[in-house]
Write a protein that binds this ligand. Structure first.
Ligand SMILES: C[S@@+](CC[C@H](N)C(=O)[O-])C[C@H]1O[C@@H](n2cnc3c(N)ncnc32)[C@H](O)[C@@H]1O
Length: 304
């Protein structure tokens, strides 16, 4: 009986089945899951469309597809994803890094490299999760000269997330270049005194930013599987930006920058919070569909 199930037949069946369950890209996910069960990449899969499947291969595929049909994200099922062209391990303790956050990495690199003629040599990633942003930044400086060494620190309140982040840093060869700490973004005062002289040159963060009301409208992949701690940020979704703007005034060195990712409708409110906190030279950066994804600002004023 099993010889009737070729790779192509299972692929078509899986794609239709996932479609009927409301999965967004059923064909792609079917290819990824079947490819993972057969240990083949997508090209390898195309090359064996006519291959009949063995009973244990079908059982393995069935287990993976059943999880996806329950709307578990394909990245958690495979245990990995890609960000900044690097491989990241992901588990339900961390948010799956999104392509949108690469805009924040681009802005961070622009600021680190001295877009404003004030280059910086220390970065703090707040709410590091899988470590995606800190690791992408550190990776760009992997071959930096002695004079251009960058201190990269990263914090998260979640110990489980930090374990994943440390493993990801090791796998991407920057384990020695990032310091990970369990710490709350609400209390940066002592942290800064202990870890950096004079404050950071750049603080980056992709914090939780979903409002309590929006939590009900999320796709099941997000609401039922991604960590709540990484998503919700109070009634208006702005709780973390309020904290970050106040804490940045403590944790940044003079002329240091704060750059944060924002939700699709939050840019104006976040700019306003930055202004209120006393930050200056506010800028925004849109993504490739024209949505403002990053808001940044500088700590100017007193040198002390
Ligand atoms: C939206 S996720 C971003 C993860 C990662 N930086 C990324 O871009 O994929 C936010 C992260 O902030 C962390 N977090 C939530 N509240 C925090 C707090 N008070 N202090 C520090 N980290 C916090 C969560 O555990 C989560 O890992």
């Amino acid at each position: 009986m099993t010889e009737n199930w070729t790779v192509l037949k299972v692929l078509r069946w899986t794609s239709d089945y996932l479609d009927s369950k409301g999965v967004d890209n059923p064909r792609l996910d079917a290819e990824l899951l079947i490819g993972s069960a057969l240990d083949k990449d997508r090209v390898g899969l195309y090359l064996c469309y006519d291959q009949p499947l063995l009973a244990d291969e079908l059982t393995h595929i069935h287990q993976l597809v059943a999880r996806r049909a329950q709307r578990e994200p394909v990245q958690y099922i495979l245990g990995q994803t890609e960000f900044w062209s690097l491989k990241f391990e992901v588990s339900p303790s961390v948010l799956i890094p999104r392509g949108d956050s690469e805009i924040l990495v681009e802005e961070a690199l622009r600021l680190i490299n001295g877009a404003d003629s004030h280059s910086c040599d220390s970065v703090l990633d707040i709410g590091t999760g899988s470590g995606a942003i800190a690791i992408a930044i550190a990776h760009e400086f992997m071959h930096a000269t002695e004079q251009r060494q960058l201190q990269v620190d990263a914090i998260d309140v979640s110990l489980q997330a930090l374990q994943v982040a440390r493993a990801n840093a090791e796998h991407n060869a920057v384990g020695q270049r990032i310091n990970f700490y369990q710490h709350d973004m609400a209390e940066l005062n002592n942290f800064v005194t202990e870890h950096i002289e004079g404050g950071y040159g750049l603080i980056v963060s992709n914090p939780p930013y979903i409002s309590s009301a929006e939590m009900n409208d999320l796709m099941p992949e997000v609401s039922q599987h991604e960590p709540h701690l990484a998503l919700e940020a109070g009634e208006d979704g702005l709780d973390c930006y309020k904290l970050l703007s106040a804490q940045a005034m403590i944790a940044l060195q003079p002329l240091g920058w704060l750059a944060v990712e924002v939700g699709a409708t939050q840019a104006q409110a976040v700019q306003h919070l930055f202004e209120q906190a006393g930050l200056s030279n506010i800028f925004t950066r849109t993504d490739y569909s024209g949505i403002t994804r990053v808001v940044g600002a500088q700590k100017t004023g007193s040198e002390d």
